[in-house]
Write a protein that binds this ligand. Sequence first.
Ligand SMILES: [Mg+2]
Length: 425
Amino acid sequence: MKRLGEYTKPTVLFVDMNSFFASCEQQVNYYLRDRPIAVCVYTGKQGCVIAPSIEAKRLGIRLGMRLDEAVKICPDLVPVETNSKRYREFHVAIIDVLRQFTPDVLPKSIDEAVVDLTRCQLMYKDVREVAQQIKRDIREKVGDYLRCSIGIAPNAFLAKLGSDLQKPDGLVMITPETIDDVLRNLKLTDLPGIGTRMAKRLEDKGILTPLNLRYASPERLRAVCQSVIGWHWHLRLNFGGEVDLETSAYKSMQAMRTISTAQRRSEEQLDELLQSLCLTLERRMVRQDVFCQIVTFYCRYHDGRNYSDEVRLPEPKQDSMELYHLIRQRFERFQKLNQCEPILNHSIRSMSVSVFRFIPAQLVPFSLFEDNTRKNTLRKTVYEVKAKFGSDKLMRATELRDNPVFRDVIGFGSIKDLHDDQNPF
Ligand SMILES: [Mg+2]
């Protein structure tokens, strides 16, 4: 993490692979190189283009086009069926390359990552040179046909913006000296995290351009956005601090409760508390769009003793009931093995569940857990509906209890969730 006042140094890189899926296909199949190709979920007439190659984009092929439409525009277009395992393997190899420059690498999606060189300033004299080296290393160690655009800036938001400005094979640095020239040529919706709705809201209040946004006072932005989100926009565009890379937010998440005397008496209540902790973590993981690979449980008893357990998951998880059942199974195994009293007993004073080692949700469907993908989409939809209509309009069976515990959880999560909501990536 940077110290206050250090947020003007461009030490954050955002690496965005260009036309990633299509380039992976061109990497492994020499015949496809330098041709307009379109990666599709299936290659029938009604198939949908999910990733046009750089060459196809130049000819006007866009993501989401139907294959028959695309072929009308570009008769030479070569359709290729999608191969998720392949893209995941390339992703892993690319992240490995990035980690050779610094341990502070945060994958943002299957084809994007933040490389934070803030802690490595003594190692590298010239950040531009590092960016060039990353491009060379990806070509030499992963695939000679793979290109990326890299943005360099003092914070992750501006670095991402920089990576969007020049494609393919771009390298753009944004500093306090150049930011106004960069913003002058952009629309509000060109900024990552500003959709048409948010743009309309800003425009209604007289903030018409990214430059207006930069120079609006933080008080005014807070009033326009009616939340801390406005303050964060001020920080992002004025080098006031990092709001998109809170290390604690992605290295671990913890949900903790101290337990009242009344709750302690009933085993059922303790059990529901445990479920509520898992639910809190699920909500945060859904907001951050990540799955966890390690879960820990910790509790303290009144006499000062404690119990703790750590589980490395054989497959990444996000679902609260899966986490809950896993922890329960471990309890039962421990109790049986050691012939001891129940772990959730009447002298328990506090308990916490933590999750670690996150991977982006987008990477999970590419592994073996096809079943989870659909559940994941459903879970996200549930939360989106909640965000739109209020959290009590739609609940899953686990939340539908005549018990204030779950309503409580939603209350506790709100500050954190507010923060997560405006992560622009
Ligand atoms: Mg990309």
